[in-house]
Write a protein that binds this ligand. Structure first.
Ligand code: SDX
Length: 431
């Protein structure tokens, strides 16, 4: 915590209270209200946490006005352009870029944890073939606690480390298995001779009947998508993981809770919802109709892939994602993809519309990721599982950071109660 040298005065009914003001290394000052209820007998009220810092952290910083995203101080566009996902995982987990030797050891460790317990394959067969892969991931990741007992004791740093490696390593295997099961193809085991992204593509798209060559451009694009989704400060799913962890729940239960939260269309489910929206629009001449609906207060329709709680400028990830979309579609010869044509036209129409400019609604990370994933051959139902796979390292890094804070305690918000005051029970014959 930054040293305290500033404070704010709050006056209630003529009584003044001094509240410390913390100065961060970047971003707005933070008013410390931890002692407010004890001193003044009042709560603060901030549903949706629009003005609330739930913790201090050194992992990721977002400047929503500048459209800046830093991971341990490194800008996301530099990481996406010069680094790769497992190196970013190391950075998020340990706070510094690895040496060549450290990176080799880390990548080898992750590679050797990519297999899942053979009995876990039975879980997939217990689901309907048309089960949403996110339902499968929530179930199977939570069930890891039933198999990896030797890494559930959160008080043991060694077990925390093993659990971290297992989750990062096994998420691609679990996500790929969910996909294979949904299309009735046999599961493909992980391979140690492939890198992280190539291994995932192989587990998703190879079949026993023929050789599958991982295309290096698609593998690079896949790896970049993982990197762009790796962590994002205290978003809804990360806050869910932190809250679950604050009760002492094991790491697999905490990550399963994060996956469940990410599934929502307002959060990680937006990439699937965005592509379904683009398909519903279908052609550029229907864009005005949907723009009008998005602006109509009486219409619940929203432009999926637009807007963000923090970014009131371009989401820097969307900028990189857009470049990737062009590369992948050119490679796959689908640069004339009608969905991409609608996406590009919709983006321009929205960006030039005063409504979206006034409300600072710009394309977010989900706007282009779906177009790339569809072009790569993934069904829309796999978009959020890929987001969950990518975000696991962010959840884990934040989970580790919270557990390493000796002052951390169970999260237990209060409320603004507007219900009935005490009243006596009325027997049914008197109602
Ligand atoms: C992710 O938090 C993170 O960091 C998340 C994430 C991460 O990496 O973890 O970045 C990933 O979840 C990205 C966001 C993906 N979601 C979508 O694309 C869904 C569509 N977007 C919206 O639902 C919305 O923009 C949110 C949920 C993303 C943000 O909502 P806020 O901050 O609570 O803003 P709001 O709902 O209060 O909207 C402010 C105004 C409203 O109008 P008024 O009531 O003030 O008149 O903007 C309007 C909204 O109606 N608005 C939209 C809109 N988003 C907001 N209008 C049309 N289309 C939209 N997409």
């Amino acid at each position: 915590m930054a040293e305290e040298n500033k404070s704010a005065t709050l006056t209630i009914d003529g009584q003044s209270y001094e509240l410390p003001l913390h100065s961060p290394t970047a971003g707005p000052d933070v008013l410390d209200i931890r002692k407010l209820y004890a001193q003044a007998g009042v709560f603060t009220y901030d549903p949706g946490f629009t003005s609330t810092a739930s913790c201090d952290s050194t992992i990721t910083f977002i400047d929503g006005v500048k459209g800046e995203l830093l991971h341990r101080g490194y800008p996301i566009d530099q990481l996406a352009g010069k680094s790769h996902y497992l190196e970013v995982c190391y950075l998020l987990l340990y706070g510094a870029l690895p040496t060549a030797a450290e990176l080799e050891t880390f990548e080898s460790t992750i590679t050797r944890h990519t297999m899942i317990h053979e009995q876990m394959y039975n879980f997939f067969r217990g689901f309907r073939r048309d089960a949403h892969p996110m339902a499968i991931m929530v179930g199977v990741v939570g069930a890891m606690a039933a198999f990896y007992h030797d890494s559930t004791d959160i008080s043991d740093p060694v077990q925390r480390e093993i659990a971290s490696h297992r989750l990062i390593a096994k998420m691609p295997t679990i996500a790929a298995n969910a996909y294979k099961y949904s299309i009735g193809q046999p599961f493909v085991y992980p391979r140690n001779d492939l890198d992280y992204a190539g291994n995932f593509l192989n587990m998703c798209f190879s079949v026993p009947a023929e050789e599958y060559q991982v295309d290096p451009i698609l593998s690079r694009a896949m790896d970049r998508i993982f990197t762009l989704h790796a962590d994002h400060e205290q978003n809804a799913s990360t806050s869910t993981v932190r809250l679950a962890s604050s009760s002492g729940a094991n790491p697999f239960a905490c990550i399963a809770a994060g996956i469940a939260c990410l599934w929502g269309p307002a959060h990680g489910g937006a990439n699937q919802a965005c592509l379904e929206m683009l398909k519903e629009i279908g052609s550029v001449d229907r864009i005005p109709e949907f723009i009008a609906r998005a602006k109509d207060k009486d219409d619940p329709f929203r432009l999926m892939g637009f807007g963000h709680r923090v970014y009131k400028n371009f989401d820097p990830r969307a900028t990189v994602m857009k470049q990737s979309a062009d590369e992948v579609l050119d490679l796959l010869g689908v640069e004339n993809n009608p969905i991409l044509a609608v996406a590009k036209e919709l983006e321009q129409a929205a960006l030039n519309d005063p409504y979206f400019a006034e409300k600072k609604l710009f394309p977010n990370v989900d706007f282009y990721s779906g177009v790339i994933l569809e072009a790569m051959g993934f069904p829309t139902s796999m978009f959020t599982p890929i987001f969950a796979l990518s975000r696991t390292v962010g959840w884990i890094s934040q989970w580790k950071e919270q557990l390493s804070d000796p002052a951390h305690k169970i999260g237990r918000p209060r409320q603004l109660y507007l219900g009935e005051t005490e009243r006596d029970y009325v027997d049914i014959e008197n109602r």
